[in-house]
Design a protein around this ligand. Structure first.
Ligand code: NAD
Ligand code: LMR
Length: 332
C-alpha cells in the first residue's frame, strides 16, 4: 500500500521511549523467525527490528508492525535487500535454514544450511561487523565455526561477539528436572555444556541449582531426555518441522540476555556455544558472562562426577569432527 501523508511520525519510535538496540532476524518468516519476531517486538530494549527472509517478510512485517509496542519494524525481502537489513544492527539473530524431519540428524542439514549461514555472515562482515551474532541454524556445532571462518576471512572476527544458541537445551533441562523433582521450572537452573546435538548436549546434573540429588535411574532418564529433546519434537511434528515455539522462547530469552549485557547490566550468565579454552577444542558450550563487548568471561566447567566426565569425552569426540567439518567447508 502507498504510504499516506497523514503520519506525523511515520517510522519513528514513540516520543518518550527509552533509546534501545537495533536487532535483525535473518529467517524471520520461518517457524522460529515469526514467533521470535513477535517476542522481540515486545522487548522494551529493542528500538528497531529488521525482519529479513527470502520469502514472506512483507506479510509478517505488516502483521507484527501493528503491535503497539516501542520497536519500529521494517521488512526486507531477498538477497538484494540483505545489506539494508543488516546496516547499523547491534544484534543479529540467525534462524535461517531448513529444519529436520524424522530420521534425520542435525548434521544431515549441513549441506543446505552451511551455505545459507556463510552468505548471511558475509553480509554481517560487510554491513555490521561489530554486531553481536546469535546463531540458531543447525547444525550449530558446525555453523558457529563456519561463521567464525567467514569473519576471519573478512578480517572482522571477534570471538566475543559470535555465540551459538544452546538456550533451548537449558530450557528443556530446567523443565524436565522441575518435573522430576516437583519444582517450579522457573526456579531450576541446569548448566548444559558441550554442544547442540545428541551426545554433545551434556547436562551437568551434579550442578543443578537449587542443590539436589538424583538416583542413577533419574540421571539416565534426564540425560537421555535432554539430549533427545529435539528429536522428541521432530517425531511429534511428524514431518512438519522441528521445535519452533519453545525455540523462539529460548532465542528471545538469550537475545534479551545479550542486550542486557550490551546495556551494561552486571551478572548476566547464560550457557552458549562459543570460541573457548575450557577444553582443548576451539569451540565449546558452557556458562559465559555477557557484557558490553559480548562474551566477557567464560566460566570454568566446575567439578564433574564420573558419569559427566565420561559424557564429556564422548561429547568432545563428536564435537571435534563437527567443528572440523565447518572449518573445512569455508577453507576447502
Ligand atoms: P523454517 O523452515 O520454518 O524457517 C526457516 C526460514 O529460513 C524460512 O522462512 C526460509 O525462507 C528462511 N531462509 C532459507 N534460506 C534463507 C536465506 N538464504 N536467507 C534468509 N532466510 C532464509 O525452519 P525453522 O523451524 O524456523 O528452523 C530454522 C533453523 O533453526 C533450522 O536449521 C533448525 O534446525 C534450527 N533450529 C535450531 C535450534 C537450536 O536450538 N539452535 C532449535 C530449533 C531449530
Ligand atoms: C532442537 O533441539 O529442537 C533443534 O536443534 C531442532 C532439531 O532438529 O532438533
Amino acid at each position: 500500500m502507498e504510504e499516506v501523508p497523514l503520519l506525523r511520525g511515520s517510522n519513528c519510535r514513540a516520543k518518550g521511549a527509552a533509546p534501545g538496540f537495533k536487532v535483525a532476524i535473518l529467517g524471520a518468516a520461518g517457524g522460529i523467525g515469526q514467533p521470535l519476531a513477535l517476542l522481540m517486538k515486545m522487548n522494551p530494549l529493542v528500538s528497531v527490528l529488521h525482519l529479513y527472509d527470502v520469502v514472506n517478510t512483507p506479510g509478517v512485517t505488516a502483521d507484527i508492525s501493528h503491535m503497539n509496542t516501542g520497536a519500529v519494524v521494517r521488512g526486507f525481502l531477498g538477497q538484494p535487500q540483505l545489506e539494508n537489513a543488516l546496516t547499523g544492527m547491534d544484534l543479529v539473530v540467525i534462524p535461517a535454514g531448513v529444519p529436520r524431519k524424522p530420521g534425520m540428524t542435525r548434521d544431515d542439514l549441513f549441506n543446505i544450511n552451511a551455505g545459507i549461514v556463510r552468505t548471511l555472515c558475509e553480509g554481517i562482515a560487510k554491513c555490521c561487523p561489530k554486531a553481536i551474532v546469535n546463531v540458531i541454524s543447525n547444525p550449530v556445532n558446525s555453523t558457529v565455526p563456519i561463521a567464525a571462518e567467514v569473519f576471519k576471512k573478512a578480517g572482522t572476527y571477534d570471538p566475543k561477539r559470535l555465540l551459538g544458541v544452546t538456550t533451548l537445551d537449558v530450557v528443556r533441562a530446567n523443565t524436565f528436572v522441575g518435573e522430576v523433582l516437583g519444582l517450579d521450572p522457573r526456579e531450576v537452573n541446569v548448566p548444559v555444556v558441550g554442544g547442540h546435538a545428541g551426545v554433545t548436549i551434556l547436562p551437568l546434573l551434579s550442578q543443578v541449582n537449587p542443590a539436589c540429588s538424583f538416583t542413577s535411574e533419574e540421571v539416565n532418564h534426564l540425560t537421555s531426555r535432554i539430549q533427545n529433546g529435539g528429536t522428541e519434537v521432530v517425531e511429534a511434528k511428524a514431518g512438519a518441522g522441528s521445535a519452533t515455539l519453545s525455540m523462539a522462547y529460548a532465542a528471545a530469552k538469550f537475545a534479551d540476555a545479550c542486550l542486557r549485557g550490551l546495556r551494561g547490566d552486571a551478572g548476566i550468565v547464560e550457557c552458549s556455544y562459543v570460541a573457548s579454552q575450557v577444553t582443548e577444542l576451539p569451540f565449546f558450550a558452557s556458562k559465559v558472562r555477557l557484557g558490553r563487548s559480548g562474551v566477557e568471561e567464560i566460566l570454568p566447567l566446575g567439578p564433574l562426577n564420573e558419569f559427566e566426565r565420561a559424557g564429556l569425552e564422548k561429547a568432545k569426540k563428536e564435537l571435534a569432527q563437527s567443528i572440523q567439518k565447518g572449518v573445512t567447508f569455508i577453507n576447502k
